[in-house]
Design a protein around this ligand. Structure first.
Ligand code: HEC
Length: 187
């Protein structure tokens, strides 16, 4: 090999090495940057939590989408007149360990439990119904001390308002008295 070819190769090798280093460094910078971005996104999540901002709902259910979800898959509308018409998710303010200490769910729910169901109405893209069950000792021993209340709204930016509570809800929910009035079991 001629000397100048060797030199050329050496120069090429150095250039290659340099670009490799440079791009590795760039990559590191990009990774670091995106890590920082993710971190700042995570930091800002609580403030941006949409549920906290759902207007017209009580404060004790703010951020409920971060609670334990009972259903693994969204619950589709029931055929033949769904009492809570829509595609539904059910959350509870308890941990899996508390309500299913040995892997299977145990009943009744502990005092202070809040079970909340959100429903997206068929053909809509916002939550139009919120149904809540709150367990408070002594409030209603005949219904396992559950208080029932339901809210609805008809626009994505509208306030929720109360549509029904307690008595109208018992009839159906008492059908599942053996699992503490809550139809949806932990998946
Ligand atoms: C006609 C029967 C019926 C009536 C009336 C009814 N529910 Fe339900 N509810 C159900 C069924 C069935 C489910 C199971 C999940 C589903 O498919 O929506 C349910 C689910 C729920 C859930 C989620 C926890 C669970 O049980 O799975 C809440 C919370 C709830 N209902 C609250 C209410 C409230 C509040 C009222 C009264 C305003 C009410 N329900 C009236 C039948 C009824």
């Amino acid at each position: 090999m001629k000397a100048y070819t060797r030199n050329l190769l050496a120069v090429l090798a150095i250039i290659l090495l340099f670009t490799a280093c440079a791009s590795e460094q760039q990559l590191e910078e990009i990774i670091q940057q995106s890590e920082e971005e993710t971190a700042s996104l995570e930091e800002s999540t609580p403030a941006e939590e949409p549920v906290g901002a759902l207007p017209g709902l009580p404060d004790d259910v703010a951020g409920y989408t971060q609670w334990l979800k009972l259903n693994a898959e969204p619950i589709p509308p029931l055929g033949g007149g769904d009492p809570h018409n829509g595609t539904k998710n059910v959350y509870v303010n308890q941990t899996r360990d508390t309500i299913a200490p040995n892997g299977t769910q145990e009943f009744p729910y502990p005092e202070g439990s809040i079970v909340i169901k959100e429903a997206t109405r068929p053909g809509k893209d916002y939550i139009g119904l919120i149904a809540i069950m709150r367990k408070k000792a002594g409030t209603d021993p005949d219904q396992n001390d559950w208080k029932f209340i339901e809210y609805v709204r008809n626009a994505a930016d509208a306030e929720f308002s109360i549509i029904a509570q307690d008595r109208i809800c018992w009839g159906c929910h008492a059908q599942v008295k053996d699992i503490d009035y809550v139809f949806t079991e932990l998946d």
